[in-house]
Design a protein around this ligand. Structure first.
Ligand code: IPD
Ligand code: CA
Ligand code: CA
Length: 268
């Protein structure tokens, strides 16, 4: 992507993300019109929808020809990632948003012909903006994030993960997951995939494993993690398909093969 054009898109995207965040903060105490989607715990609110519509209107009105993949369906129905594609989760962590009114983020990843160019994750209530451009480093507000430290073992690693590994459709044998949890230092569950990616990029967790994530959960985070030398793959170590759901591992590259070894051992 042309660097001048990319800078223009980047500045505009950040402006819209901050504007959307402000609007969510302003309206979050009004009735949320909570509905469920794929199951009783898959929540969506009026503000998820309104926020995505806001981005779609802004993008289509400013950058003719750009395409959009959005969680709430106001974007385009894409069969490939040709051209410039914005991959948007208007509120990542809707359950947190509804129950806690905190710990949720706006996530915007911008791809050019399938390559991640711009990643933006905004922690709306903390007013913290994680942002990155391919090849130019990742930032938390104006502070450049350091390259991830090499780790020689996983014993000192903190890994973000959730209970889905122990519930329905287990992909990995639970005994192996139990051993994994014992072998690492600790686990954390934040309830927002985007924030878990941002924390991995920041180095405050060493990785994040999750089943069944959608492109909008990971599109921005992958770019941030890559910019600090981390890596994101599916749980077999393979490349991710940005048009479909995947079970993913994002982490410090120095422990990637160790974590993948558990996944391989426990695969059913
Ligand atoms: C969810 C969150 C959550 C993850 C789920 C996602 P949503 O996104 O990222 O942490 O465990 O798989 O669907 O629905 O709040 O945008
Ligand atoms: Ca999400
Ligand atoms: Ca969402």
């Amino acid at each position: 992507m042309d660097v001048v054009l990319r800078d223009e898109i980047y500045k505009q995207a950040i402006k819209w993300v901050l504007e959307a965040g402000e609007s969510i903060r302003d309206k979050m105490n009004d009735p949320l019109d909570i509905e469920t989607k794929s199951n009783a715990n898959d929540l969506v609110t009026k503000l998820d929808k309104e926020t995505e519509q806001f981005f779609v209107e802004k993008i289509k009105g400013t950058f003719t020809g750009h395409s959009i993949i959005g969680e709430e369906g106001y974007g385009d129905d894409l069969k490939n990632l040709d051209g410039t594609v914005w991959i948007i989760d208007p509120i990542d962590g809707t359950m947190n948003f509804v129950h806690q009114k905190r710990n949720f983020a706006i996530s915007v990843g911008i791809y050019q012909d399938g390559i991640g160019e711009i990643g933006i994750i905004y922690d709306v209530m903390e007013n913290i903006l994680y942002h990155a451009k391919k090849g130019e480093g990742a930032f938390k507000d104006d502070k450049r994030l350091s390259p991830l430290n090499e780790k020689s073992t996983i014993n000192e690693a903190i890994i973000g993960m959730n209970h889905f590994w122990l519930c329905e459709n287990r992909l990995i044998d639970e005994k192996v997951m139990q051993q994994f949890v014992k072998d690492i230092r600790g686990t954390r569950t934040y309830g927002s995939a985007a924030l878990e990616f941002a924390y991995t990029a920041e180095g405050i967790v060493d990785g994040y494993i999750s089943m069944n994530l959608s492109p909008w959960d990971i599109a921005a985070g992958m770019i941030l993690v890559k910019e600090v030398g981390g890596v994101t793959t599916d749980i077999n170590g393979g490349e991710l398909d940005m048009l479909n759901k995947s079970s993913i591992l994002t982490c410090n590259i120095s422990i990637q093969h160790r974590i993948l070894a558990y996944m391989q051992k426990g695969r059913k």
